[in-house]
Design a protein around this ligand. Sequence first.
Ligand SMILES: NC(=O)C1=CN([C@@H]2O[C@H](COP(=O)(O)OP(=O)(O)OC[C@H]3O[C@@H](n4cnc5c(N)ncnc54)[C@H](OP(=O)(O)O)[C@@H]3O)[C@@H](O)[C@H]2O)C=CC1
Ligand SMILES: O=C(O)C1=N[C@H](C(=O)O)C[C@H](O)C1
Length: 267
Amino acid sequence: MKETINVMLAGPRGKMGTEALKMIQQTEQFKLVGCVDRKNNGMNVHDIEGLPNIDAPIYTDAEEAFDRLNADVFIDLTNPETGYKHTKLALHNHIRPVIGTSGFSEEQLADLKELSHIQQTGIVIAPNFAIGAVLMMKFSQMAAKYFSNVEIIEKHHDEKLDAPSGTAVKTAQLIKEVRDSKIQGHPEEKETLEGARGADVDGMRIHSVRLPGFIAQQEVIFGQSGQTLTINHNSTDRQSFMSGVKFAVEQVMEIDHFVYGLENLME
Ligand SMILES: NC(=O)C1=CN([C@@H]2O[C@H](COP(=O)(O)OP(=O)(O)OC[C@H]3O[C@@H](n4cnc5c(N)ncnc54)[C@H](OP(=O)(O)O)[C@@H]3O)[C@@H](O)[C@H]2O)C=CC1
Ligand SMILES: O=C(O)C1=N[C@H](C(=O)O)C[C@H](O)C1
């Protein structure tokens, strides 16, 4: 493995970005070479209030940052529109992306997969970096073999831009791989208030709660006659995501293809 991994990060002032900077600072093998931010062009990370004391330049122009910085890995923790643009730029520059940003469409994921293949550059897109959440998704996939009726309730802070969460979408996708397509609920059910039954993925329902007080929680509820099974994961601190970000940065150095979900890198 390379001795020092040069990392650049977009979204340094964000809730996740700030935690990720601390993780990079604490990891001997990682070196922050620069950041892409929406403001503070020409400044340094150590000059920005609230950010860790790291000597690394800030760029608002992502293209300039990719041109100038000698990075091995690019971490994006911004928003779907920005994250998608940044990820394409990173791949074009052969800088391996580790993407935590959620809310990409299926078409965007397919485009990034194709671009990673064309560029022969490894990329990890992780809907959730928390090991507990990855296990919650895996356990849900196991349970879905035996329970075909399932609803997902995801609960997040009210600053979240995308709904449903990336984790809920990925959970539904994993369940879909093992569950026969099925319309759930009463065949004649009608919503008297639009949206009451949530989003429909192949008959499964996803409900998104947005309230202050939450960070990230998800319940996957299975039901059949006489019993229910609930698989629940709760992130009570954003540190829960950081060992996964670190793992993804290490792993992306070892691959030359597209990976969607940390479970694909775990033994
Ligand atoms: N995969 C995972 O495990 C996790 C993923 N996430 C995802 O990570 C993303 C970030 O979440 P979170 O930190 O909570 O969000 P925040 O809103 O706290 O942070 C996003 C940051 O991105 C910045 N930003 C916006 N546009 C740009 C741009 N063009 N260039 C550079 N920076 C930009 C924002 O700047 P400004 O403040 O000026 O708007 C902000 O500082 C979301 O998509 C979220 O869903 C979150 C938690 C875990
Ligand atoms: O925005 C968040 O906070 C989170 N986003 C990710 C998602 O959309 O699943 C991961 C986690 O749920 C926190």
